[in-house]
Structure formats: C-alpha cells, structure tokens
Design a protein around this ligand. Structure first.
Ligand code: G1P
Length: 313
C-alpha cells in the first residue's frame, strides 16, 4: 500500500447557505475568529501528516490561493514598521503550504469535484476534507481515521450520530458498530428522505483508494441532481471492507449561519488572547446562568471525551 500523503479540499461550491455574504467572498475564506475556515482544515491535514494538498476551486475563488501565498509588499511594510508579531503571522501562513489548485469548471456536485483531482492525486490513497465541516478535537480527526486506514488498508469515512429528523441532510451509512469507535459499513445512502438505515451520518472526512476515480467517472446524477461522492462510495462498499470511524471531537457546520456562529463563539472562547474578555462579555450578556456554563469549562467538555459521548453543534 502506498503511503497516505495527499488531501483534497473541495472548495468550488457557491456557498448559497451564506448568501449574500458569499456572493463575492468564498465561504472558505470567511473568518472563524482570526483564520479563514479553510485554514483550520489545512492545519488539520498537516497535523495528520498530509503534505500534498490539492484545492478544487472555481472562478472567483482566487483569494484562497492568495491567502496561502507569500505577500512580499505586505511583509516588507510590516518589517519596516517593526510590526514583528503581525509579520510572523503573515509569514507563517505564506510559508505554511504549497497548494496544488485544480479548477472545477462546472458545479456538478461533490463527486465531480473530487474527480477533478484524479491526475493530481495519481495512483495513491488520498484523504478528502470538506472545509465547511470544522472539527474541534484533542487529536485531529483525520489522524484518528488515519490509524484505522493504516491498520486495515481499507477506506474510512468519519461518522457522527445525528437525531433521526436530521438524517435527510447527510450521507447515512448502514452496517454495525464493531467497537472502538469503528463501524463496519455495509451500504450508504445520500440524504435519505425517509427510513434512514441508521443515525450515523458521514461527516466531511474520507480516506479513499485511487480506485474510487473510475467509479466516480461512471457515477450519474443522484440526490439533488448532483454527482454524489456517496453514490460512488457505495460501489467501493460493494467491493470490499469499508469502515466508518466515530471520531472524537465536536463538529460544526461552518458553511451555514447558525453553525458558523456556534463555531465562532467556541473558538473565541479558546483563543489565547481573546478568551478572557470574550467570556466576560458573554457573562455580561447572559448573567451567570447555565447558558455559558458549558463553555466556561473549556477543553474538558470537548465532545466524545471521557464518557464516550458525542456532541453535535
Ligand atoms: C456532503 C456529503 C454528505 C455528507 C455531508 C457532510 O453533503 O454529500 O454525504 O454527509 O457533506 O457535511 P453537503 O453538505 O455538501 O450537501
């Protein structure tokens, strides 16, 4: 088995759930406190040992690549003015990664976006990380999944238990828990309208073999009239062992307004310089009630830790 070193970031969507804010600004570039949403995903991939990073973009998303590029003029100006802290921040982002960019010319769906990475990925296993799905965890969620992949050599998707009335928003797996957060997947369905086969939803982290590409190429339109990654994954499931991993961590759907607000609050409450004043501000707003007690305990309540519970935000 070739080593896992590549991560694909589909970033070509319109961001309609955030209109009008994302009419011009890519949703991946909206800030969560002081970093764009995508940067959290890039940092997670790097912390999981992945260093070949492929961004699937579309027209109007140039700022994504600019963000991770050097900015010679800005760096010079900050240096001349002795703003060394700011300079370090700007330089570190510019030197963080070398990205490979591939354009998706038509918005035909997530499966089609991943297919666009075929040549850049080559004949190797790869991860897919959906930047909207921001995960706060002790250990990067992709790294948690990577262990399962390296042990089994089989595909792995991230899973989270969701309430039954929310299953129609996700890819839902069928199969059974086999212990140690592992789930043996026997089938899956994208956004089931009724009778979901379980309450385990696929969250935007996948580790896949290159054999998925010809399957994607043959996948037609599915749910919502789009070429769905889930439909191609079903074929992989039919051909061999396929695992889900119920990751430890708290997941936010930062691609929609409420999830984004929740992520902003939680990340601000953990920010090294903002957390104290921000917590005091919230306390002033709500008094010392239960509303913020959960946040005040900080990292100890990251979902999934300790009692094996999971929490969706
Ligand atoms: C995509 C996938 C879906 C998955 C979800 C997780 O859907 O198609 O299977 O459950 O991401 O966020 P989207 O949210 O892009 O419609």
């Amino acid at each position: 088995m070739k080593p896992l070193r590549t991560c694909v970031f589909p970033c070509a969507g319109w961001g309609t759930r955030f209109f009008p804010a994302t009419k011009v600004i890519p949703k991946e570039m909206l800030p969560l406190v002081d970093k764009p949403i995508l940067q959290y995903g890039i940092e997670e991939a790097r912390a999981s040992g992945l260093d070949k990073l492929i961004i699937i973009t579309s027209k109007g998303k140039e700022s994504i690549l600019d963000h991770f590029d050097r900015s010679a003029g800005l760096e010079r100006s900050l240096r001349e003015r002795g703003k060394n802290d700011l300079l370090a921040d700007v330089e570190s982002v510019g030197q963080m990664v070398d990205l490979i960019a591939v354009r998706q010319k038509d918005a035909l769906g997530l499966g089609h976006a991943v297919l666009m990475a075929r040549d850049a990925v080559g004949d190797e296993p790869f991860a897919v990380l959906l930047p909207d799905d921001v995960i706060l965890s002790d250990e990067p969620s992709l790294l948690q999944m990577r262990r399962v992949f390296e042990e089994t050599g089989r595909p792995v998707v991230a899973l989270m238990e969701v309430p039954e009335n929310e299953t129609s928003r996700y890819g839902i797996v069928a199969g059974e828990m086999i212990g140690d957060r592992r789930f043996h997947v026997s089938d899956m369905i994208e956004k089931p309208k009724s009778h979901p086969p379980s309450r385990y939803a696929i969250i935007g982290r996948y580790i896949l073999p290159p054999e998925i590409f010809p399957m994607l190429a043959e996948t037609g339109q599915g749910a919502g009239g789009e070429i769905q990654l889930t439909d191609a994954l079903r074929r992989l499931v039919a051909e061999g062992e396929f695992y889900g991993y119920v990751f430890e961590g708290r997941r936010y759907d930062a691609g929609e307004k409420l999830g984004y607000l929740k992520a902003t609050v939680d990340f601000a409450l953990r920010h090294p310089t903002l957390s104290g004043e921000f917590r005091a501000y919230l306390q002033g707003l709500f008094g010392n009630g239960k509303a913020i007690e959960r946040e005040a305990v900080g990292d100890d309540r990251i979902a999934g830790r300790g009692k094996g519970t999971r929490q969706r935000v």
